[in-house]
Ligand binder design. Structure first.
Ligand code: C2O
Ligand code: CU
Ligand code: CU
Length: 485
């Protein structure tokens, strides 16, 4: 019996290996520059008391074509953007009108364990649940999405996700671009069926690399454009894709300023011309359109990048900007954005290491490092709801090391219930990028890299998750549980 199973497994692995070799270089993004004619929508804003109904609905993702999607409200993919002030309580009623369990995880927010959307803590079809907690953290862009065991990737992909903007007084004082000049951008990639409904049907290859789509969407639409004025805009960017990493930039190569990351503002703005953003990560950027003439067109693009296995081989356009209105601009970016108290390594009471390399095919010739379905692991383990993997002390400070030094794939690692600081990256890129110099909850490890993060756990006791935010890897078991005691 055991032997049969092993043989079957090996066959699957070989099949996966060979088909990976001939078909799955990259999912080629389909985009025609003439198509950028759909006005970029912004999800509606909602306040601290909201009700969301997970349901099947439709949305115009493509011009003139209605797609069947999932949403938190009728007629729209994605949920409303929840706007709260730091210190306020958030009350969200979730009603489940799906035919399978769902729940909500508040990505980046530090909430009690029973409000965190633990994979086993689900709302059954037809039932509802009231999430209620205090938002006691820095201003920033956070987000929400389902987290039920085995359905996270599918539900998030089909449209269940939304942004959360937390405001605080530190940020308010800076007078950053606001109103029409502050724009959330949720970037995702999709595959569709012939009837334009979203298609989520991962093959074994897709589970290995992550499920990537040919169609890039921003705020739920494909090939959008945005008319802009000659001034500085603040884009609050969320990579809400299941597994696609973007190397953001502009078609004319113009530089922009990174002012914030997952957990809010950086200390100072950093000027870059490209910025790598992995699934789950957020970037707060300022782009200055003041020097352009009316009529000028430029694109937010994905630049190619190296070192990320099958990803990053194609350059493509994501969103078109058209300069439409001349206004007087005298915006200047504040030199000091915020102050971030660095957590000293010496205050850490413990260091834990998480080996996130995929299981290598030892004893199978030269295929070491090849990933296989069911075999995305952390410390040689896959997710088991009945096993607590780590126990940490409430309020204590620890260093966690994510080690992808022998891995073959990129893994954006995410920890629930905390915001961390990145101490260093060794191997691979060997340094931190602009958006990694503030508070974070998700950190990208390319093959060959090792990253150390430091964090102080909250006083919320209970079980929290750590996992890869490539959601196919996560559903494939690349997730552990830690208990705060
Ligand atoms: Cu956004 Cu546990 O994830
Ligand atoms: Cu999270
Ligand atoms: Cu991964």
């Amino acid at each position: 019996m055991k032997t049969n199973k092993t043989i079957y497994c090996c066959l699957l692995i070989f099949t996966a290996f060979f088909s990976a070799c001939d078909t799955n270089d990259d999912i080629v993004v389909n985009v025609n520059d003439g198509d950028f004619t759909i006005i970029l929508p912004s999800p509606p804003i909602t306040g601290q008391n909201t009700s969301l109904t997970a349901q099947q609905t439709t949305q115009l993702i493509f011009k003139g074509k209605l797609s069947t999607v999932l949403g938190y409200q009728s007629g729209s993919i994605l949920g409303p953007t929840i706007l709260v002030n730091s210190g306020d309580s958030l009350k969200v009623q979730l009603k489940n009108d799906l035919t399978e369990p769902t729940n909500i995880h508040w990505h980046g927010l530090i909430v009690p364990a029973n409000m965190d959307g633990h994979p086993e803590d689900v709302v059954q079809p037809g039932a509802s649940f009231d999430y209620k907690f205090k938002v006691a953290q820095r201003g920033g862009l956070y987000w929400y999405h389902p987290h039920p065991d085995g359905y996270t990737a599918k539900q998030a992909y089909l449209g269940l996700a939304g942004a959360i903007i937390v405001r605080d007084t530190e940020e308010d004082k800076l007078n950053l671009p606001s109103g029409e000049f502050e724009v959330p951008l949720v970037i995702q990639d999709k595959r569709i069926n012939t009837d334009y409904s979203l298609n989520y049907s991962p093959t074994m290859n897709d589970v290995m690399t992550g499920y990537m789509g040919q169609y890039i969407t921003v705020n739920g639409v494909h090939t959008p454009y945005k008319g802009v004025k000659t001034t500085t805009y603040r884009f609050r960017v969320l990579n809400g894709s299941n597994s696609r990493i973007y190397n953001l930039g502009f078609s004319n190569g113009v530089s922009f300023k990174v002012i914030g990351s997952d957990g809010g503002l950086l200390e100072t703005a950093e000027t870059v011309s490209t910025l790598l953003l992995a699934p789950g990560e957020r970037a707060d950027i300022l782009i200055d359109f003041s020097s352009y003439n009316i009529g000028k067109e430029l694109f937010l693009i994905n630049n190619t990048f190296t070192g990320a296995s099958t990803q990053g081989k194609q350059k493509f356009n994501i969103l078109k900007f058209v300069l439409e209105t001349k206004i007087t601009d005298n915006y200047t970016t504040p030199t000091l954005l915020s102050s971030i108290d660095k957590i000293a390594s010496s205050t850490a009471s413990k260091t834990r290491t998480f080996r996130i390399s995929e299981m290598s095919m030892s004893g199978m010739g030269n295929m070491g490092g090849m990933t296989m379905t069911g075999m995305h692991q952390i410390n040689n383990k896959v997710y088991d709801k009945n096993r607590i993997d780590e126990v940490v002390t409430a309020g204590s400070t620890e260093i966690w090391v994510f080690d992808n030094s022998t891995g073959a794939e990129p893994h954006p690692m995410h920890i629930h219930g905390v915001q961390f600081q990145v101490l260093d990256r060794t191997g691979g890129r060997g340094s931190l990028i602009a958006s990694e110099k503030g508070w974070k909850d998700t950190i990208l490890l390319l093959p060959g890299e090792k990253v150390r993060v430091i964090m102080t756990f909250s006083e919320y006791k209970g079980v929290f998750m750590l996992h890869c935010h490539n959601l196919e890897h996560e559903d494939d078991g690349m997730m552990l549980q830690f208990e705060v005691k």
